[in-house]
Design a protein around this ligand. Sequence first.
Ligand code: AMP
Length: 298
Amino acid sequence: MTSESILAIGSIALDYLELPSGQKGETLGGSLTYFTLAAGSLAPVHPVGIVGSDFPEEGMKLFAEYSANHDGIQVAEGKTFRWGGKYQSDWNTRETLYTELGVFENFNPELSKINKTCSYVYLGNIQPSLQTRILQQIISPKLVVCDTMNLWIDNFKDDLMKVLSEIDILLINDSEVSLLMGVSDPFEAGRKILEVGPAAVVVKMGSHGSALIDKGNLVNVGVYPVKRVIDPTGAGDSFAGGFLGALSMGLSIAESMLWGTATASFCIEGFGTEAMRELTLTDIKERKNTVRNLSKLP
Ligand code: AMP
């Protein structure tokens, strides 16, 4: 199967994590990092992001290894974006300990000629006005997928609504879709988003799987039964990577959700990005088939 190129934008971070297992420490993170590791074995990925002069060489090597073109990773004088997160014992509730923007604060990328011609676009979880500026630079995108979070819904809702009017698929958590549309039922909230612009909404429900809402359908996809969760950080971004990778192979949205689910299941089996670094295409395909058997796809 051949895949088309994916332009991806998001954060590259140095994370500090505290987990219910008692494990804690610093590690490489960021939405773009997880996305690139997840999609990199499925499609030619063109990541666009920024790091500071303190960013470890090891991180740069990973981007070089998993990207088709990593010229879009800018190195600027200053500190890399830092984020600290602490999980409650239920694994689902996460508290942000701190967010330090560093060089991310003045990030305003000018896309290279090659990056402007990518067919698939992933607007990772970043400020909506920056998502718009990126999208405006792509010459003729075939399909645009966007993610977001409560921070942007709370503080930049108008900018976010503008982004939504220009994309094809929104990836969003169940609590966030309700917050965005002011409707407690996530499925009803998802259907309301269809009126704003996207042809489809994929609602991520953590350990309860994901749901596709589009004009005709409501499709539920389950999760892969992971034996031991080590660290849920990056599961959403890894889902997005597997999902976009499959879409770029020409697969349907529902089928691509199986790939996203399989990819995310590996992410949560290791601390930070550890488990993602050992991922192979064969592993993803195997788990994707298991998820299909556990889900009732039409
Ligand atoms: P996820 O678990 O999929 O929601 O993604 C977690 C990643 O998102 C972490 O590695 C963080 O570095 C990154 N992150 C957290 N908050 C933000 C933010 N406000 N902007 C961009 N990236 C963030």
